[in-house]
Design a protein around this ligand. Structure first.
Ligand code: 6PG
Length: 248
């Protein structure tokens, strides 16, 4: 049974980023102590950017078990890895270029196939390998949410929401938010994780946060509602503006 989400409201974006960095460090250390490796799935967006910069600085830089960490992506824009829109590029420039994760443990989503569906199939194979190494679960998924309720590249009323039940990764070819072509982990893959952490900031998301967390269940309209880990924890870190409509 999915557990109820933990909702934490903090004063501002910086506090959300710091709390996320502290949570990542705590989970990574515990997991490496118990199982040697830690797998971390990254997202794009402006809130993660500040988090990645923080993780690349002390004390996190020295304290994180980087050499035991495996890095993958929750979603990716289907652009070359050096494109300014690339989520891989964002993570590389802000974090991965500055910490000692072995290159062989970094798994960007492939974006060079002519057919994104072939890239999704290839990434599904890579995710499967990471899952096998992690005793069937990815340790931590970092998620964002757009004002429209999308998360990862799972968009409202989009056919991608109806992906085959066993799909790990999907290709999206007409995202309503540019760029139109993307790859995304499916809700099923995300819900298989040990821990899922949403970072959501900004007053423009307040009503959607309330609807997702406290409104009727309408996942076609609000794909973020699809994210309910089956055997894991779900935490929402909100800044005060994003959390301003939550009834406590
Ligand atoms: C994208 C964005 C998007 C983002 C959310 C939250 O793929 O177009 O990355 O999915 O994650 O809109 O982003 P912010 O953290 O910037 O609010």
């Amino acid at each position: 049974m999915p557990s109820e989400p933990e909702i934490i409201i903090l004063p501002d974006t910086q506090a959300v980023q710091r709390a996320a960095a502290e949570r990542i460090l705590e989970l990574a250390r515990a997991r490496v102590a118990a199982a040697t490796t830690f797998s971390l799935a990254l997202s794009g967006g402006s809130t993660p950017r500040g988090l990645y910069q923080l993780l690349a600085q002390e004390p996190f830089r020295s304290q994180m078990p980087w050499s035991h960490t495996y890095v993958l992506w929750v979603d990716e824009r289907y652009v070359p890895p050096d494109d300014p829109d690339s989520n891989y590029r964002l993570a590389r420039e802000t974090l991965l270029d500055h910490v000692p994760v072995p290159p062989a443990q970094i798994f960007p989503m492939p974006t060079s196939y002519a057919d994104p569906a072939a890239a999704a199939a290839e990434y599904a194979r890579q995710v499967q390998t990471i899952l096998e190494r992690g005793q069937g679960q990815i340790d931590l998924m970092l998620m964002g949410m757009g004002p429209d309720g999308h998360t990862a590249s799972l968009f409202p009323q989009h056919p991608g929401l109806a992906s085959p039940a066993d799909a790990l990764v999907i290709a999206v070819d007409d995202s309503p938010k540019p760029p139109p072509r993307r790859l995304s982990l499916t809700a099923k893959t995300i819900n298989g994780a040990r821990h899922v952490l949403f970072l959501v900031t900004g007053a423009d998301k307040a009503e959607t946060v309330r609807a997702v967390l406290q409104g009727p269940v309408e996942p076609q309209r609000l794909p973020a509602q699809l994210i309910r880990p089956q055997n894991g924890t779900l935490t929402w870190l909100l800044d005060a503006p994003a959390g301003s409509r939550i009834a406590t």
